[in-house]
Design a protein. Structure first.
Length: 80
């Protein structure tokens, strides 16, 4: 079980929802679907909003999402 710690009871639920959304986006990217790239970009933006409010914004999270969203945007026109 994920311990919520100082962030509150919403934090473990957030991790599960984030994992499910990223897994769906990864499946869409693997199938070269445009919705996969869009979903990943939306998740990247929506993750950083609550992180900014609770003080969890960090460089590593930004780099990971930039390294995955960047190529998805580059290949967007080739996707179905």
């Amino acid at each position: 079980m994920i311990e919520p710690g100082k962030h509150g009871r919403w934090f473990p639920v957030h991790y599960v929802l984030q994992a499910l959304a990223v897994a769906a986006a990864a499946f869409g990217l693997w199938r070269m679907q445009k919705w996969g790239a869009i979903l990943l970009a939306v998740v990247a933006v929506l993750i950083h909003v609550p992180y900014a409010f609770v003080g969890l914004v960090n460089f590593e999270t930004f780099v990971v999402y930039a390294a995955t969203v960047g190529p998805a945007i580059y290949f967007f026109r080739r996707m179905r």
